[in-house]
Design a protein around this ligand. Structure first.
Ligand code: SF4
Length: 362
């Protein structure tokens, strides 16, 4: 399946006169950026060798943050018109202040503070105020936002969400023959393509993949932040394991709920969708909600186990994993915890642990 290459795509959008924003993980109202003719380019796991970032960050900061900062330090974000830092976790918050307050970022920086659970009565209004505030600030750089464009962006977002749901459903029922690596290469295009290019790409993949996966692969759930290192996906492919669904921060935890009509008030539609998203460690969701979510995925897919692929030093995830494992044990669901570094491959020991786990569940 042909993938649209990220940097070439973003540079081509610049040539078309669009602005491009570097966006750090994880959840943000991309529809507002789309409505202002801006392209959000998410920064999760850029392929850079970390050197200079180590001097600015504590040794216990995760590699997502380390690599994002390195990308900026190496001047590879020269074509970006600004940065958006959602308040996902303390590490991103820390990086945002280092970049904005101490390094003197040359491009405008925006911050987005979404509410954390447990949600109080005021949380929906607070969230809507944050949406409006972000739109107001962006308007100062990008010009007035056309509210019709925002409604269209929300409709496009609903359409994309519907396609992703269909892809995940097909994956859950073994109706997508490709491997794990290919699936994530395709769906991760959501991190940088505009709807006009993303929708045809997802539709093509969906329609190309008709029919049953001929192989009798072992279904598992992959939980964690993102499907990296890619060698893990390759190993699972080699071992005949299908990631039947995921509970990934940059995967299904960002899937929107049922479409909400944006025609009355697009900000309210975005607000209501936020509060329907699946539970997540970075939004402080209670463990019961997270374990219920995992158990639902297991029931739906017939998964034989859960692989927690946790980024080293990812505080929000590491707080939840022991409790989630305890809950899974109560239901006799086997699980494996991997402590991985972004783009660092799999050690021999880790490979052996994955092989042993797969042997056990099969
Ligand atoms: S990996 Fe974890 S700690 Fe790092 S940015 Fe993502 S959520 Fe934050």
């Amino acid at each position: 399946m042909e993938i649209i290459e990220r940097k070439g795509y973003l540079l081509a959008q610049k040539e078309k006169g669009r602005t491009v924003f570097g966006v750090f993980p994880a959840q943000y109202p991309k529809e507002i950026l789309w409505a202002m003719n801006a392209v959000p380019a998410e920064i999760w796991d850029p392929p850079v060798e970390v050197a200079g970032a180590n001097a600015h960050l504590q040794s216990y900061i995760c590699s997502v943050v380390r690599m994002g900062m390195e990308l900026i330090l190496q001047g590879k974000c020269y074509f970006l018109d600004g940065f958006l830092f959602p308040h996902t976790c303390d590490s991103i918050q820390n990086m945002a202040s280092v970049i904005y307050d101490y390094m003197g970022a040359k491009s405008p920086c925006y911050f987005f503070y979404h509410p954390k659970a447990p949600y109080s009565q005021g949380a929906p209004e607070y969230y809507m105020a944050q949406l409006r505030n972000l739109a107001d600030l962006l308007e100062k750089q990008l010009g007035p936002m056309d509210h019709r464009a925002l409604k269209e962006a929300i409709e496009a977002s609903n359409h994309i969400s519907g396609l992703l749901h269909q892809l995940y459903e097909k994956r859950a029922t073994a109706q997508i023959p490709g491997g794990n690596r290919e699936f994530y290469r395709v769906v991760r295009q959501v991190e940088y393509l505009l709807p006009e290019d993303l929708i045809p790409a997802l539709e093509k993949y969906l329609h190309k993949n008709q029919g049953k996966d001929p192989q009798n692969k072992i279904p598992v759930i992959l939980s964690g932040v993102l499907p990296n290192p890619p060698q893990l996906l390759d190993l699972l492919d080699e071992l005949g394991v299908r990631i039947a669904h995921d509970d990934l921060l940059n995967g299904s935890r960002r899937l929107l709920g049922p479409p909400i009509d944006p025609s009355t008030d697009p900000f309210k539609a975005m607000r209501d969708q936020y509060f329907q998203m699946p539970p997540c460690s970075t939004r402080s969701s209670p463990i019961e909600q997270r374990s219920d979510f995992l158990l639902q995925l297991i029931q739906k897919t017939g998964a034989k186990g859960v692989i927690f692929n946790i980024v080293k030093f990812c505080e929000p995830e590491w707080f939840d994993v022991p409790n989630l494992q305890t809950e899974l044990k109560k239901h006799n669901i086997p699980s494996l915890v991997l402590d991985t570094e972004i783009n660092q491959g799999l050690s021999g020991q880790m490979t052996t642990r994955v092989e042993a786990f797969v042997e056990m569940i099969s």
